[in-house]
Design a protein around this ligand. Structure first.
Ligand code: SAJ
Length: 415
């Protein structure tokens, strides 16, 4: 099938790069978002999110007239849904954004359309999406009832790109193509091969959903192992940063790095979807979530103990982002720890985050100050390594020798 016009619903960290990459292949792309600010920014050829090289790609696509953004959906050959799938307070998946996307596209659907769900989703969400669409458009047929003869094809093709390397991974990663029928998968492959160089592998929608959840749960479990190890090593007075590289010299051992906890919008969320679907069975996956979610509290207690040694403690938190060398502070354990330390009133709390120019309001309100690394090193007596940003890794021993250090990322412990 030839795609003349593709619509991307949700212009966030996944949707906007995907829209821009498809537009760069000469296909007309219309992005739809609920945020007027996002729509206006994109239509000016600018970006509202930070991702290497995305600004140039969006600017080129908008200038060439291949990409534009709107608040209201319009007819297209294919619709790609890339909206958030958070969880609710009880860790149950919140599919309301997918439901809204269904309501957005339903009025403009036409016979022959392809709909792809890219959002990471609990098992069964693609079928649920197709059911919602069927209710909204009883005049059209969908795969759950009409199978290969359906008017509309539906597939789940989960995004798998790593923030910071999105444009590269969008093209080079293999893709899982989970069509509700073989015809759905074949049509989806036609679309993905317009911009993906990796292999496109066909499965059904439920397996595709589970594959994506499995990938992120695998990583969460492995990070939990490293985090648990770091706490055990502290108890036994062993340096975990020496320990892990030693164990990793075994040819079949590859332990990940401990940290202050797991952040971001994926790894700390997706495993809960598996736990919700199989609460009795998903014991290790649940334990991993609990271990990783418990790590910030452990770090805060360590810092409080360190600060207790000083009459007037000045605590410098190095890094606020959820991981190295990005500016994304959302769902960041480093930010959470810094905020809670300030709220504890155990000393003056300063933060160093080379990737931002202004502190988020909640930190300002809590009295945290944003300092340069140089100023923080001059003023602090307690250093808390929270993110392994490059400038922190480049610190030398004399910079930190006189400080009490709580190092969650192995910044100052090189072996
Ligand atoms: N982290 C550690 N130790 C490690 C590795 C990571 O503490 O050894 C922490 C990070 O600091 C961060 C969190 O885990 O707080 C997650 O970071 P990440 O780099 O592991 O992953 P994300 O959330 O940026 O992206 C993940 C990726 N999934 C996998 O690697 C299996 C990406 O490919 C997915 O597309 C993305 O989730 C997503 O959108 O689901």
């Amino acid at each position: 099938m030839v795609f003349k016009k593709v619509s991307v619903i949700g212009l966030g960290y996944i949707g906007l790069p995907t829209a821009a990459v498809i537009a760069s292949r000469g296909i007309n792309v219309v992005g739809v978002d609920v945020s007027e600010n996002a729509v206006n920014t994109i239509n000016q050829g600018k970006v509202h999110i930070v991702e290497p090289d995305l600004d140039m790609l969006v600017q080129a696509a908008v200038t060439l007239g291949k990409l534009r953004a709107t608040l209201v959906a319009e007819p297209a050959d294919a619709f790609m849904i890339a909206v958030p799938t958070p969880f609710k307070d009880d860790h149950k998946p919140d599919l309301s954004f997918i439901h809204s996307a269904a309501k957005t596209i339903a009025p403009v659907l036409e016979k022959g359309n392809l709909i792809i769900l890219e959002s990471t989703s609990p098992v069964g969400a693609t079928e649920q999406l197709a059911d919602w669409l069927q209710e909204l458009r009883p005049d059209l047929t969908f795969p759950q009832t009409a199978a290969e003869n359906a008017d509309i094809q539906v597939a789940h093709c989960p995004e798998r790109v790593l923030p910071g390397r999105v444009l590269e991974e969008l093209v080079s990663n293999d893709r899982i193509i989970g069509g509700m029928t073989t015809k759905c998968s074949e049509k989806a492959i036609d679309l993905y091969t317009t911009f993906v160089r990796g292999e496109c592998i066909i499965t059904n929608s439920r397996t595709a959903e589970m594959a994506k959840l499995t990938e992120n749960s695998f990583r969460d479990v492995n990070i939990a192992f490293a985090n648990e190890l770091s706490i055990i090593a502290d108890k036994l007075k062993i340096n975990v940063w020496e320990l892990i590289p030693l164990a990793n010299r075994h040819p079949r051992v590859n332990i990940l790095s401990p940290g202050p906890g797991v952040g971001g919008h994926c790894i700390a969320v997706d495993p809960w979807f598996i736990v919700d679907s199989a609460p009795e069975e998903a014991r290790m996956i649940r334990a991993a979530r609990e271990i990783n979610d418990g790590k910030p509290k452990y770090v805060i207690d360590q810092v409080a103990k360190a600060a207790d040694q000083f009459k007037q403690p000045v605590i410098a938190c190095l890094g606020l982002a959820f991981k190295a060398d990005i500016d994304d502070l959302r769902e960041s354990p480093a930010l959470d720890i810094t905020l809670k330390l300030a709220q504890l009133n155990i000393g003056r709390v300063v933060a160093v985050e080379p990737n931002i120019t202004e502190l988020p309001a909640q930190l300002k309100e809590a009295g945290v100050e944003l300092l340069t690394l140089k100023d923080a090193l001059e003023q602090a007596n307690v250093l808390v390594g929270l993110v392994d940003h490059k400038p922190f890794k480049a610190l030398s021993n004399p910079d930190i020798n006189s400080k009490v250090v709580v190092d969650t990322r192995g910044l100052f412990n090189r072996f």
